[in-house]
Design a protein around this ligand. Structure first.
Ligand code: SF4
Length: 437
């Protein structure tokens, strides 16, 4: 199968566009000026139920919709695209709307490691045992998710240009920081790279002889968005990728693909199941993760089906994230109280192998805040969220439960105030959550 990408310039060439009324196409035209839009022929041919596209979760995952902008933002775009405004005015309106969508939530450019006085802007070292590497060639994806928290990097005017090619500097940094035992290739999606590009990076790691490096991870949605990456019968380059994985595991490294799946429908067809099988045959494991997103996977049945299917296919459920405060956040966000309920019902239904999942988790400034439960206090009769850091910049602060005052509508930890049971809540919307334990 040939890889065909579509974006806001040529998406009308997709065969299934005949299912869409002109009004829906107009909405895509308007909204995709603001939200990056990219799809491909696997997503459109295998994953979307076009006869029910309005309710289809993968359509919502991939195709911009009117409701992803506020009514005011949509009207402003409509007005400026009426044929009477200049390109400059259109660009200015797009830019202004993007700036209203919190394009750079806090701390994106922090945790940048420094080597001999030079900032390695293309790496992040937040947790003591792992370094994130953003290879320059991997900063796009096979298709773009409408909810993506990294959406600004797919736009020219907001991209922070956070990427690099010099793996040797990363290797030297790992060598000098003996606590690091893992490297995570991330993006975008590092699996958009050609096998030869990826091989250069991997060979440098394997040949480096850095003793403290034990684990290699690739964060990827390619298994869902372009499984042909791993299917030699469709794609001759797939052999090179699978051989590369085998080489990594044969060298004694633990290799894990951090597979991004948002909905069980992504796992239903034989193509994706064969890709998963081929990856696992190389000795690599696949750990799965996704945010919980309104209109896409906001019910426990979908999560239970997704986790059960992942386990059956030999994958390891890993993280359920909470959607971050950026992009079309009002459309996708779910209150934490509801998120927790969905998690609780789903995990009860999922069987013992799915208990490897950590969730629900907010990737916040200081670390990964894990919601452990909602507690009715017998002392003061109030409700509290019980939380802990599953990861913290300072590892000594992990796995220590703490309480936050409950609010039924809060969607992020910084909207809650910290609690000491028995004392009244202070005003909510605390700006920085700085619980010291
Ligand atoms: S695959 Fe990941 S990085 Fe790429 S658009 Fe989707 S959420 Fe964003």
């Amino acid at each position: 199968m040939r890889f065909i990408t579509y974006n806001s310039r040529n998406y009308r060439d997709i065969e299934y566009m005949n299912y869409l009324p002109e009004e829906a196409k107009k909405e895509i035209d308007i909204v995709s000026s603001v939200i990056p839009f990219k799809t491909n022929n696997y997503v459109t041919d295998y994953l979307i139920d076009w006869e029910n596209y309005q309710q289809d979760p993968i359509y919502t995952l991939n195709f911009p919709k009117k409701e992803m902008l506020t009514a005011d933002q949509y009207e402003r775009m409509l007005k400026v695209k009426d044929g009477r405004h200049s390109e400059l005015e259109i660009k200015k309106t797009i830019y202004n709307i993007r700036m209203e969508m919190n394009p750079h939530p806090a701390q994106q450019m922090t945790n940048v490691p420094v080597l001999d006085g030079e900032e390695l802007t293309g790496a992040q070292h937040k947790y003591r045992d792992i370094i994130l590497f953003f290879p320059s060639q991997g900063q796009t994806c096979h298709a773009h998710c409408t909810f993506c928290f990294r959406w600004p990097q797919f736009t020219k005017d907001l991209d922070l240009k956070f990427s690099m090619r010099e793996i040797n500097k990363i290797i030297e940094y790992i060598r000098r920081n003996e606590d690091i035992n893992e490297i995570l290739f991330t993006g975008g999606d590092p699996m958009v790279m050609s096998p030869s590009e990826l091989t250069k990076y991997v060979d440098a790691l394997l040949e480096s002889g850095v003793k403290n490096l034990e684990n290699i991870r690739f964060g990827t949605k390619s298994i869902s968005y372009w499984p042909f990456t791993y299917l030699p019968e469709f794609n001759p380059e797939a052999n090179d990728i699978l051989q590369l994985f085998r080489k990594i595991t044969d060298s004694g490294f633990h290799l894990s693909l951090m597979g991004h799946f948002n909905h069980p429908n992504e796992l239903d067809n034989e193509v994706v199941q064969q890709a998963i099988h081929n990856i696992r045959e190389t000795g690599a494991e696949i750990r799965t993760q996704s945010p919980i997103i309104k209109h896409i996977n906001d019910n426990s049945n979908d999560w239970a089906r997704m986790w059960k299917t992942q386990v059956r296919l030999g994958m390891i459920p890993y993280y359920m994230f909470v959607e971050r405060e950026t992009g079309p956040y009002d459309y996708f966000s779910i209150p934490l109280a509801e998120v927790y309920q969905i998690y609780q019902q789903a995990i009860r239904e999922s069987g013992s192998f799915a208990k490897t999942v950590t969730g629900p988790v907010m990737s916040a400034d200081k670390g990964k805040v894990h919601i452990l439960g909602v507690v009715d206090s017998p002392i003061d009769g109030n409700k509290y969220f019980m939380m802990q850091y599953a990861r913290h910049r300072d590892y000594r602060k992990t796995f220590k439960p703490f309480f936050m005052h409950y609010h039924p509508k809060a969607t992020w930890v910084d909207q809650l105030s910290e609690a000491s049971i028995g004392t009244p809540a202070v005003a909510s919307s605390v700006n920085d959550h700085n619980v010291e334990m």
